[in-house]
Design a protein around this ligand. Sequence first.
Ligand SMILES: [Cu+2]
Length: 133
Amino acid sequence: MKKLYTILLPVAVVFAFSACTFDKVEVPEEQNHPHVVACGDTTHLPTTKIIRVSDYTFSPDTVTISNGDTVRFVWISGVHTTTSTSVPNGATTWDKPMDATNCIYEHKFTVNGTYNFQCTPHSVVMFGAIIVQ
Ligand SMILES: [Cu+2]
């Protein structure tokens, strides 16, 4: 039994420190296909767009998405934030750190309009927009 612990403990430690990696789990296939698609069905299925956060850019810095879509900010390098600076009336604002321990932030957009965002410490060079239509 002691031998089992000797094996499992390092594994548990690795899992604990890799928690951030496990946040990157993809949306299961069935959630992207909630209904059977018939001929002529043009229903938009919710999708996720990726914005990479690095020194010192959001890439891409502007995305156009459909109502109900999600934007996933993915940390690449440095110490940043993703912070909304203006959102449409009735929409939710956000202000999240983006660093090695806060490596993923997902925001679902359910109000049409333009959302401007920035990295607060680097707002002169790091900013962008999400257009929901
Ligand atoms: Cu920054």
